[in-house]
Design a binder for this molecule. Sequence first.
Ligand SMILES: *Cc1c(COP(=O)(O)O)cnc(C)c1O
Length: 360
Amino acid sequence: MSRSATAAIHLGALRGNFARARELAEGAKVMAVVKADAYGHGLERCARALGGADAFGVASIADGLRLRAAGHPQRVVVLSGPDAASDLAEMRRLQLEAVIHHESQLAMLEAERGGNPLKVWLKLDTGMHRLGFPAERAAELHARLAALPSVDSAIVLMTHFASSDELDSDRTARQTQRFFDATKSLPGERSLANSAALLGWPRARGDWIRVGGLLYGLSPNAGKTGADFGFRPAMTLTTRLVAINRIARGEHVGYGAAWRCPEDMAIGVAAIGYGDGYPRSAGVGTPVLVGDAPAQVVGRVSMDLLTLDLRRAPSATVGDVVTLWGPQLPAEVVAGHANTISYELTCGVTRRVLFTEDGA
Ligand SMILES: *Cc1c(COP(=O)(O)O)cnc(C)c1O
């Protein structure tokens, strides 16, 4: 018997979400961020649906190669840039663009003898303190890059926000100010905004937005769903009920006997678990749908199976479809019960899950 866990990817939602991001961008160019296999939705299928993007953002040269192999002519930006000098040749061959965020990368470029001009994005740290040069060094670094014949003269200036989802903090405004101050005298396009900044910080729009989560209908903001902002979930994760058992009051369910039946009741068993990417951290009470009826996780999530309280789904039958997340049940709600964010849930769906696609 094949396993039932299925991730249906909704290409219509991807297209609609892209159109909405484009609209919110108000004329800025749109980089569709498709790293981590398009946030777990599948790189090739998503790139096809997001074909209107001005550029794709990836985390590795290997993903850039996949996009080129699939025939995408758009600009492709490797968001963490080259790791080794040999990467530069590969990036040129595939016409990928490099984010340059560290002295070691600049040294690789300066050590080159010739080569077709590589397009680069100079990444400045304005306060996140993950990747990037101190913003105050922008002019000096820009001059060093501009002096290299092997670097294309159209250098894009970029930064990344630490907390653009927090609208009541002034950190994003301060990062934005620091970026614009430090780059005031420099030519070239600017790129600051991720999904959360696209929604909440219009001053940070710049020339390029870099949008990931919202394209998949995922909310970048805690306590909100993608639908709250007019975006539609692009993944529905389902499986089937493989058993319904009557368990007596006082009996325990699952590993560690971690949950105890408060009354005689029906426990459903669904064919999905952490081996499929359903989070083991999903606690008792995490909602699922059995058919259209609400049910809840009880006991511990195991590798292949999930136990469910069916008291509110009295007509449930073995074979029923169980929905773990999707348009009817936002991944953000599940993430809230699993101590994580929706991005991690979709990224975590494993290869043994069957992926399908539809036009919804
Ligand atoms: C992942 C990433 C993005 C996209 O972030 P979302 O919150 O998914 O929109 C933008 N810029 C950089 C540098 C990233 O790494």
